[in-house]
Every structure is written in C-alpha cells, then in structure tokens.
Design a protein around this ligand. Structure first.
Ligand code: SF4
Ligand code: SF4
Length: 308
C-alpha cells in the first residue's frame, strides 16, 4: 500500500516525511519505564502498520523494567524494512511515556524534522534521590518543556497522566499519546480506534476513546508561541514536567519469602519482619517513597502504586 505520511487532520503536527513511505521506512521510537505500557503502545502501532499493508519490524527491550531499567521499543515500517533497530538520529517520531526517558533518547530523533511527543510526568528513580530527606532536591533531569521546545521545533509535551486520570483511568495516558501520535501518521482515524479497542480491556474502551480524542485535540490546540512566552496553559494542559506521586508500599504477604532484603536496605529502617517472618511496614511515617524496597524485592512482593 502506498501512502504519504503527513499531518493528518492536525494543523499543528508536522509531517513525519514528505516522501512515500513505500520507499523510505518510517521510524517510531517509544520509550518509558517499566509498567507504563511502552509495549502496548508499540504493539498498537505495529499492528496498525501491518494492517495497512506495510512490512513492520519491531524490537524491544524490557527485561530490566521491574528493576528500574528503561523500556524501549523500535517500530519501523515501510515497503521493505531490513533492520529492526533505529539508528541514532533516524527516528521520525519519539514517543516518551516519561519525561527524562524522552530526554535520554533525544539523540535518536532526526535533527531537523523529528517529532517529540512526551508525557510530562516524571518518575524519579530511587537512585536519583541521594539526599533522603523529605522534599530534598534530587538528581532528576532539570530541563523544562520550554527548554526542549527551543531545541526541537516539533515538541509536543502534554500532561497525559493527569488528563487520563481526570477521565477516570490514569492508564489511558498511553492512549492519549497514541492520539497525539495519530496526528503525525496518515492512517485513518477509525482504524486507530479499532486497533486500540482490541488492546485495551473491554470495560475501558470508552475512556480510552475519550483519551484518544483528547490527544488529537491537544495537538490541535497546542500553541508553541504561548509556551515560549511562558504561559502555562499553552496546550490546555500543564506544561512543566511534574513528579509522579506514589502511595505507601503495599506488601503481598503470600509472595514474601522472608529474605529480609527490603528490611536491610530500606534507608529509613521502616520495614521489619513480623512474627510470621513476613515483611511489614512498621514505620510508615518515615517512608520517603523511594521505592528501593520495590526494586530490590526478588519476589515482587512489594509495590508502590501511582497516586493520581
Ligand atoms: S519502605 Fe521502601 S519506599 Fe519506604 S523508605 Fe523504605 S525502601 Fe523506601
Ligand atoms: S525483599 Fe521481598 S521477599 Fe524479601 S522480605 Fe522483603 S518483601 Fe519479603
């Protein structure tokens, strides 16, 4: 199938490529951290491209996700695609589900024409928090959306997480980003919707469709000039990266093997093994939500859920 990638229905999103896809593979890089849904976004896109008749190559790394490693997926599609990986400087679109991960992968974007689509949510890794006092500064990336917009002309950074949470399901943030992505690729909108509906839980289809609409509308409303002037509502949603908040650790007793690792490594000493030799949060008031226990538990018995 032959088609041109263009700005679809959006007045704002820039063309990914003016050449016919059939001749030049299109490269979309999707990045984030474990548990965010990078692979789901990647699979939606790859399935859609395949359905449109393109050869698709997809590669992904997610093995270390639970231990705080990044997750990324390369999707390449066109008439003929030989390699599954995108070389540095060759991504037409970079979709970041987490702000710092997006910044880390910016060198992969095409210097002049690459499009950066990002969620402004910050998931600060535990080891960026060297000062363990409440409210202390951390080593997370300091660049703001305005800083990146000055470097990249096609920067679309939205607070997808909050918008999705307001719709009723924070996980629909990924679909909002897919809505933004859809404005850069000339695939029929109805087919995006069909594919997304197959990948999300049936009960969440309505919310995901609303999130998809919000993503498309966000790009329509986006006003880089307002952003340059420091107006917070340039894209109708907050512009600055903001830290994701977590709730206190939850311990799944049945999975705890009493190894004591979390107890020993908790910097605040707020965990103990109880009389049944199961980990317990005994001093919640001292917990800094650093997530080290979650990262280190070999049995996935501890989790800190997002607070939206
Ligand atoms: S209980 Fe876990 S999240 Fe809380 S301070 Fe200790 S290691 Fe960090
Ligand atoms: S690290 Fe995990 S398995 Fe080990 S004591 Fe803590 S909760 Fe239990």
């Amino acid at each position: 199938m032959m088609t041109e990638l263009n700005q679809a229905s959006s007045k704002n999103a820039q063309p990914v490529a003016q050449t016919q896809v059939a001749k030049v593979p299109v490269n979309v890089l999707i990045v984030g951290v474990g548990g965010q849904g990078v692979i789901m976004v990647s699979k939606v896109l790859a399935s859609l491209c395949q359905q449109q008749g393109y050869e698709v190559k997809q590669s992904e790394v997610h093995g270390m996700a639970k231990r705080g490693g990044s997750v990324f997926s390369h999707v390449r599609f066109g008439e003929k695609v030989y390699s599954p990986t995108i070389p540095v400087g060759q991504a037409d679109v970079l979709v970041a589900l987490e702000w710092a991960e997006g910044l880390r992968w910016l060198p992969y974007l095409k210097p002049e024409t690459g499009i950066f689509i990002a969620d402004t949510q910050k998931i600060v890794p535990p080891f960026a928090c060297r000062d363990r006092k409440h409210g202390a500064a951390n080593g997370y990336a300091k660049e703001t959306v305005a800083d990146i917009s000055q470097m990249i002309s096609n920067c679309y950074a939205a607070d997808a997480g909050t918008t999705a949470a307001e719709l009723g399901n924070a996980r629909a943030a990924n679909t909002l980003l897919l809505g933004m992505l859809s404005t850069t690729l000339d695939f029929p909108e109805s087919e995006w919707r069909d594919i997304i509906s197959k990948f999300v839980p049936p009960k969440t289809i309505d919310i995901n469709m609303q999130a998809f609409d919000q993503g498309r509308e966000w790009v329509e409303r986006y006003d880089p000039a307002a952003l340059a002037q420091g107006q917070a509502e340039a894209g109708s949603v907050a512009q600055q990266p903001h830290q994701v908040q977590f709730e206190l650790p939850v311990i799944t007793e049945a999975w705890c093997k009493s190894c004591d690792i979390c107890v020993k490594f908790c910097p605040e000493r707020c965990l103990s093994l109880n009389e049944n030799q199961v980990a317990e949060l005994t001093k919640p008031e001292l917990c800094t939500l650093c997530r080290i226990c979650e990262r280190l538990c070999p049995d996935f018995a501890i989790s800190l859920n997002y607070k939206h």
